[in-house]
Design a protein around this ligand. Structure first.
Ligand code: BMA
Length: 821
């Protein structure tokens, strides 16, 4: 196999006209235009309107490349494109060789006859997807389109969110967004091997199924070489003249891969090599983790379980949903992805759902998920839409799904494939869709065709028809008895208060959440000073959830809990607090019903531009309150306080694999943190459990005190270490009678960290620390504290610039709920 990469320097221009500008491949039209200063930052204010004009044009990409005699000596010379976005016409040496129309596919075209030794030229023309969709929708309109998105977007197999979404602008990009290369091969080549694992105590048996593409029936050898993290090598080899080979490897005492928080993530390297007469013809290398994984679905008293099980241990899935971290995909660099995974792992996430409205992420994404122990739920790329089910559409979706399953199925982190985002649920809700033909098309697409592709290429993994679903066929798609739910009666639909989550006991909640603003520093990056108001034109303009309320919808939730924020910065802070409270409330509830429910994934982890959205980390990578606080409500051992009827019920929830002996202490305190009542008990928190361990009657707690002046603080302590601490107010924070905490700050410098010692004179709620001039990660933020002392650490390598202890002391900003009054 010979390979010539065509990545690197190309040139591009508007098709057939204008000045050529340098282009980088892999890359995109917008990345190249921005690098050449042809357009202003599309995310700034309302610049995306101008950017959209650029998306209405066609572009051409050109480069020359050298072809060697050696490459041409192969029987086959293929142009392999790992990602073309999307309506591409490819010319080699002036000759048209193909047209493509699916961003998700990997394409190969035989170009041997067109190439000659020496210099050759490739030109790829990208037609405007925006114009195409508009035109197609004139000819063949859809009766319905979700709001916030170009009408007719389902006409094209391109990332749906590029056409806008309820948190994103409409700026469909184009270009060669993944690698492109020439490959030459003769006689025999390898298809992507399929690695299957069977685990018995102390042993992992690997079966490696290899398909061979043959031009000749020569005898070849196929070798598998597995290198363990400790360097041990396992090897096997078979000779064959057939079109397939099966190899077996036995690994005694395998180093098992575990999800984040359960153990390590040892990665083995598997190399499969194809040889003929000792000469290597082809090879395939992949990084794998050894583990058993399944989704346990068994009948029980609530319906049917839906529980991801790793190495026999039921895992409560904690985390969020992923959308791409940028509108312009090449800007979603490995560094940014690594930061996202690091940030998620740091706050006890175990799982992430890859939403079906965008793209199948890069190989690096899945390698990172493996390394950080984040279990993935993988949607196929269909979201909130109906499609015209033509034979061409079917051929595309089969090919794209196959290509991506083969690319990704070896990853340890991958738990399941899922047919779509919300298409079953919405289908059932959209009245006008209920023709027999449309029902037949729906069933054919998700429950026959895609189900068959998943079964054919990855029979060992669950294929789930949609998210949410109760296993398909329009049976109560968003019902709580089996499968997953999206809980949107809070924020969307019924616009209920977040305490309504308790009305939705589920088996697995794969979406729920509330919007907040980006952080203040990020807001400054896309606005002018006059824009910095909750419902200014620009702030409302970046609000893409077309429910007609603009950002007033955020305030609607803020004002249920908090005092009216009198300036913009306070409103931003208040939005963060309420968003985090909402997701905390839901997550704790679903964790309390652990066993019945085995997942709480909030919508959404990151952002693709700066906007008010559901994200826990904003576009610039800054953590909102929600991200900080998930460290507490997703902690392996949780102490949760549930107000139920006349009682406060205290629950312990554990995701640990072993029991935990600890002490539970609770204190009823007044606003200056004097203890009014208290109690203590010894406990053994069972592994993988949830239990109500104490009920405190509210009437007894509140006897003789003003509920506006007291709060409950409770903690679980083991060996002198606090495992989890929780707080409860008997009234909304807006009605609590806070006293001035009168903070004193002292900063101590250590070799790798700064320690901020906060001293408070009274109870303070949602204490928010920040600096205007630089960024850092605090080990805790948006926390409650009683009168007394708390130390918050900043590890130096999280600082965006070097600073001194003095600068930290002088520039630290502190805000609490009391500052909103
Ligand atoms: C869900 C998702 C997305 C959407 C989000 C917020 O339904 O599947 O389509 O962006 O809610 O509305």
């Amino acid at each position: 196999m010979n390979t010539i990469s065509l990545n690197g320097a190309w040139k591009m221009r508007e098709n057939g006209t204008g000045e050529w500008i340098p282009a980088v491949v892999p890359g995109s039209v917008f990345c190249d235009l921005l690098a050449a200063n042809k357009l202003e930052d599309p995310y700034f204010r309302d610049n995306d309107i101008i950017a959209r004009e650029f998306a209405s044009r066609d572009y051409e990409y050109v480069r020359t490349f050298a072809v060697t005699e050696e490459l041409l000596a192969n029987e086959k010379v293929l142009l392999k494109c790992y990602g073309l976005d999307t309506l591409a016409t490819i010319y080699v040496n002036g000759q048209k060789i193909a047209e493509t129309d699916d961003i998700h596919r990997t394409y190969e075209f035989d170009v041997k006859a067109i190439l000659s030794e020496g210099e050759n030229e490739i030109r790829i023309v990208f037609a405007s997807a925006l114009e195409y969709v508009r035109e197609m929708n004139r000819k063949l309109p859809f009766e319905y389109n979700i709001k916030d998105t170009t009408f007719g977007f389902p006409h094209i197999r391109k990332a749906h969110n590029m056409f806008g979404w309820d948190s994103e602008p409409e700026i469909p990009d184009a270009g060669i967004w993944r690698d492109i290369e020439l490959i030459g091969w003769s006689a025999v080549r390898l298809d992507t091997p399929y690695v299957r694992q069977t685990h018995t105590p102390g042993c992992a048996d690997l079966t490696i199924e290899v398909l061979l593409e043959r031009l000749a029936s020569d005898a070849v050898s196929v070798q598998a070489l597995l290198t363990a993290p400790d360097g041990t090598v396992y090897e096997t080899c078979v000779q064959t003249q057939e079109e397939q080979a099966v190899l077996a490897l036995k690994v005694e005492n395998p180093a098992l891969w575990w999800p984040n928080g359960y153990g390590d993530q040892p990665i083995y390297t598997l190399r499969v090599t194809l040889k003929k007469d000792g000469e290597e013809l082809d090879a395939h290398e992949m990084r794998i983790g050894l583990r058993s994984m399944r989704v346990r679905r068994e009948p029980d008293q609530w319906g049917e379980s839906f529980e991801i099980e790793v190495n026999g241990v039921g895992i409560f899935a904690k985390g969020g949903d992923y959308i791409p971290l940028d509108k312009f995909l090449p800007r979603e660099t490995e560094d940014r992805l690594e930061k996202m995974f690091r940030d998620c792992a740091a706050v006890h996430h175990t799982c992430m759902r890859i939403w079906g409205g965008a793209i199948f992420p890069s190989d690096a994404f899945y390698d990172l998920a493996d390394r950080y122990g984040i279990i993935l739920w993988q949607d196929f790329m269909f979201a909130c839409a109906l499609y015209h089910y033509t034979p061409e559409f079917e051929a595309n979706i089969i090919a794209e799904t196959r290509d991506n399953i083969k690319r990704l199925r070896h990853h340890a982190c991958l738990a399941l494939w899922c047919g779509s985002n919300e298409n079953e649920w919405l289908f059932d809700e959209w009245e006008h869709t209920k023709t027999m033909q449309k029902r037949r098309d729906y069933i054919r697409q998700y429950e026959v065709v895609l189900a068959d592709v998943a079964k054919k290429y990855d029979p060992d993994r669950l294929y789930w028809p949609s998210s949410p679903s109760s296993d398909g066929f329009f049976h109560d798609a968003n019902g709580g008895e089996m499968g997953d739910i999206h809980c949107w009666d809070v924020w969307h639909n019924a616009i209920k208060p977040y305490t309504a989550y308790k009305e939705y006991p589920s088996r697995f909640t794969s979406e729920f959440g509330l919007q907040s603003f980006p952080t203040m520093k990020t807001i400054r990056e896309f606005t002018l000073p006059e824009d910095r108001e909750v419902c200014s034109y620009i702030m409302d303009y970046h609000q893409r959830n077309g429910n007609g309320y603009g950002n007033a919808h955020i305030l609607y939730y803020v004002l249920q809990d908090l005092p009216y924020p009198h300036d913009f910065e306070k409103a931003v802070y208040a939005s963060h607090v309420v968003q985090s409270e909402c997701v905390r409330f839901g997550s704790e509830y679903w964790r309390r019903i652990r066993g019945r429910c085995m997942g709480a994934l909030y919508w959404q982890v990151g952002d693709c531009w700066q906007a008010p959205t559901w994200a826990s980390i904003d576009y610039a990578g800054r953590w909102k309150a929600l991200h900080y606080r998930s460290r507490h409500f997703f902690a392996p051992v949780l102490l949760s306080i549930d107000e139920e009827g006349a009682n406060l019920d205290l629950y312990t929830v554990s995701d640990r694999m072993e029991d935990t002996s600890c002490t539970l202490r609770w204190f009823l305190k007044n606003a200056t943190s004097e203890v009014i009542r208290s109690g203590e008990m010894e406990l053994c928190v069972k592994n993988g459990s949830s239990a109500c361990v104490l009920s405190l009657p509210k009437a007894e707690l509140l006897e003789g005190v003003n509920p506006r002046e007291v709060y409950l603080e409770a903690e679980l302590v083991a060996d002198g270490v606090c495992l989890n601490r929780n707080w409860f107010l008997f009234v909304k924070p807006k009605h609590f009678l806070f006293k001035d905490p009168n903070f004193q700050v002292e900063v101590q410098e250590e070799e790798n960290a700064f320690c901020i010692r906060l001293q408070a004179q009274a109870y303070a709620r949602y204490v928010y620390l920040d600096f205007d001039e630089f960024d850092c990660l605090f080990d805790d933020n948006y926390f409650d504290m009683s009168k007394g002392e708390k130390t918050v650490r900043i590890t130096k390598d999280t600082l965006s610039k070097p600073v001194s202890a003095e600068e930290i002391t002088n520039s630290l900003r502190i805000m609490t709920v009391a500052d909103l009054f």
